[in-house]
Design a protein. Structure first.
Length: 298
């Protein structure tokens, strides 16, 4: 059930099926956690699965721009992993809390969270899994203006993910797709924080290429990655290239309902207004497509 709900979330955005996931957590999953089990190992496994559902509810709240509610779900997931005694899964929740703080521009505790998560897993998980934590610390270092340490941590994360295999990821990490695509995306975010638009663009492009575009999944994250890539191209003055990339992003957005995507489309339209005044031919047509999407989904 969690895998199914996660696939739906990635394909259609966080607002699609949100009520169903919350109800599933409050009824079926809550009842499961209060059941009797044949062994303590089965009980711990059930708590871990419940944590994954709570995590997904938090993610959906975050995608709806409801950050206080998202934090409450993440804290619930954290409590479940602690009750299960799974310190590696607990680290995964700390990691998303660090990213959440950075995404909403509240970085006060993000480096502490990222370092605490990485400390829990370092040397205890596969290289591909550790890479997901290492790149989180790299981004937190960049947000805190520790440039040299961030660059060093990026190299470590990239080395780890190249040595690892996707099949080595724990189920709760594998739910969210390719480790290499995720590391590339967060490396792009790290370089954006460092003001290095060329490298940010390159890593966003790598991330987008690493995800399928066949209409069967990952529409939202790929569209957001392409939107970010276009932003980095625009920052370098590559206006025609930015329009082409944003056009690819819009191609993926049919049926996606997400507050984060709606913000990105609004941001694209603001920049397209500037491009149109500069005589960029593609800007007006692309702005019309973005407007149509807003009318349908925003």
């Amino acid at each position: 059930m969690t895998e199914m709900f996660t696939r739906i979330d990635e394909r259609h955005g966080g607002q699609h099926g949100r009520t169903a996931v919350v109800q599933y957590l409050r009824t079926d999953v809550a009842d499961l956690c209060q059941s009797r089990f044949g062994s303590e190992a089965e009980h711990r496994e059930a708590l871990g699965l419940a944590a994954s559902v709570a995590y997904l509810c938090g993610w959906k709240a975050y995608d709806a721009d409801e950050h206080g509610l998202a934090q409450r779900y993440y804290l619930q997931a954290l409590a479940l992993t602690r009750e299960a005694g799974d310190y590696i899964h607990e680290a995964w929740i700390l990691r998303i809390m660090a990213h959440n703080g950075m995404d909403i521009r509240r970085p006060e505790n993000t480096l502490r969270l990222a370092e605490s998560a990485l400390d829990r897993v370092r040397g205890r998980v596969s290289p591909s899994t550790e890479a997901l934590f290492a790149v989180t610390r790299a981004r937190a270092l960049a947000v805190n203006r520790r440039r040299k340490e961030a660059a060093t941590q990026i190299r470590e994360a990239q080395d780890l993910v190249l040595r690892g295999e996707q099949s080595d990821l724990p189920y709760w990490a594998a739910l969210w797709g390719s480790a290499r695509a995720t590391v590339s995306s967060h490396t792009g975010k790290t370089f954006h924080e460092l003001g290095d638009h060329r490298n940010a663009e390159r890593h966003y492009e790598t991330s987008a290429r690493s995800r399928p575009r066949d209409g069967n999944g990952y529409q939202r994250i790929t569209a957001l990655t392409l939107a970010a890539q276009g932003r980095e191209q625009a920052a370098q003055g590559h206006l025609e290239a930015a329009c082409a990339t944003w056009g690819q992003s819009l191609n993926l957005l049919g049926g996606v309902r997400s507050a984060r995507v709606a913000k990105q489309v609004s941001g694209i339209r603001r920049q397209l207004g500037v491009f149109d005044k500069r005589g960029v031919r593609a800007a007006a047509d692309l702005d019309e497509r973005a407007r149509d999407w807003q009318l349908a989904y925003a």
